[in-house]
Design a protein around this ligand. Structure first.
Ligand SMILES: [Zn+2]
Length: 387
């Protein structure tokens, strides 16, 4: 069943991938971007008046937990996804290779939101709370299983997720991360590294030693964590090895979550010229009712730090797509691309943002989803979980 052609008329198109920030119409036909321009012909189109709204490439949340039905933390993909204006979500290692086919057939295939995923280095994935990834037991790292899953799901798998925390690796220390490095090299996929010791068990792994194992294209998530094992040293300075890692092409993502956004740490790192490469929520049942809520709320917190509107949109579109190795498919409204579009309202209104420690920040603007277009289908948002 073909959706009718659609014309989004009168909005302000913000598409950093194409250098666009201007009042333009967007026309969608057969699930693809058909034209972007002024006063486009509406013949045969359903016309939506989006005057006064922002029209962006479909937003990408590069870190969520959406293996719906697995454990108690996972959300249905459409909760962080299209029902909050986000067209692509990326699950960060909920599935190990042993459950990836289940995830694909029963969750990814059943959601309107596009779902990509990092496969967990641990065979069992995050069956329960994330710190149970069981990397301490070498039998739960299976290179052949990961390679087979990556080979069978090239359209879905974007990398390998490693919990680089003492709670996950125990006495094995850095050894599981070294094994993950070797597997990633063998299958030619990047790593996604979780930092931050949210659970306080034992000595944190030294972040210098972790980033030394990373290569161009790998990503560190929870860059602004206030927990031990973060990117700042004791005196609040960025660890030099981290800056060197970025200089050679390692990426850094927000990964807000229940535990891992500290406004204080973010401000210190931004003051030391260390902005994010992507913005993501790490949304799960633990954070969807606060402090994370949704991607546009997390984006709005970055506006509160003074990042520009176009920079924040880039973090959730072109830059996120590049980080996922999908820059040629996602994150732009270029003609011929799949018609994933987000329509947002930028409200000029003070609100009080909370970080993972319930610290407050007064923010003067907020982005609110108005609708999502996913492969040409228009989807209206559910109400926000924010009070
Ligand atoms: Zn996570």
């Amino acid at each position: 069943m073909a959706d009718p052609a659609l014309l989004l008329r009168g909005g302000r198109v913000v598409d950093p991938a194409q250098g666009l920030d201007a009042p333009l119409d967007v026309r969608v036909r057969d699930g693809r971007i058909d034209a972007v321009g002024t006063a486009l012909d509406a013949a045969g189109c359903e016309v939506l008046d989006v005057t006064g709204l922002l029209v962006t490439p479909g937003l990408i949340d590069a870190h969520v937990h959406c293996f719906h039905g697995l454990g108690t933390n996972a959300l249905h993909p459409d909760v962080p996804g299209v029902s909050r204006g986000v067209t692509t979500v990326v699950d960060a290692g909920s599935a190990g290779h042993s459950s990836f086919a289940l995830f694909r057939d029963h969750v990814m295939a059943q959601s309107k939101t596009r779902v990509l995923a990092y496969v967990n280095l641990s065979t069992v994935g995050s069956v329960v709370s994330p710190h149970f990834s069981r990397l301490a037991d070498p039998r739960l790292i299976d290179p052949e299983g990961i390679a087979a899953t990556a080979a069978a799901n090239p359209d879905r798998v974007v990398g390998i997720k490693i919990m680089a925390t003492r709670s996950a690796v125990g006495a094995a220390g850095l050894e599981p991360i070294r094994r993950g490095r070797a597997i990633a090299d063998d299958v030619n996929l990047p790593l996604l590294i979780h930092i931050g010791e949210s659970w306080g068990e034992g000595e944190p792994l030294p972040v210098e030693a972790i980033v030394e194992l990373l290569r161009p294209g790998d990503t560190v998530t929870h860059m602004y964590t206030g927990h031990r094992g973060g990117l700042l040293d004791q005196s609040g300075r960025l660890v030099p090895a981290v800056r060197e890692a970025r200089a050679r092409g390692v990426r850094f993502d927000v990964g807000h979550g229940l535990n891992n956004l500290s406004f204080d740490v973010a401000q210190r790192l931004l003051d030391q010229d260390f902005p994010p490469d992507a913005v993501s929520t790490d949304l799960s049942h633990m954070s969807v009712r606060g402090p994370g809520y949704d991607l546009t709320t997390t984006m709005s917190k970055l506006l509160g730090f003074g990042l520009s509107r176009s920079d924040v949109v880039a973090l959730a579109t072109s830059q996120a797509a590049a980080l996922l190795g999908r820059g040629n498919e996602l994150g732009s409204l270029a003609v011929g691309r799949v018609a994933d579009v987000s329509v947002l309202r930028l409200e000029e209104q003070e609100w009080t943002a909370l970080d993972s420690r319930r610290e407050q920040m007064t923010v003067r603007q907020q982005l609110v989803p108005v609708l999502a277009v996913r492969a040409g289908e228009v989807i209206h948002p559910r109400p926000s979980d924010r009070p």
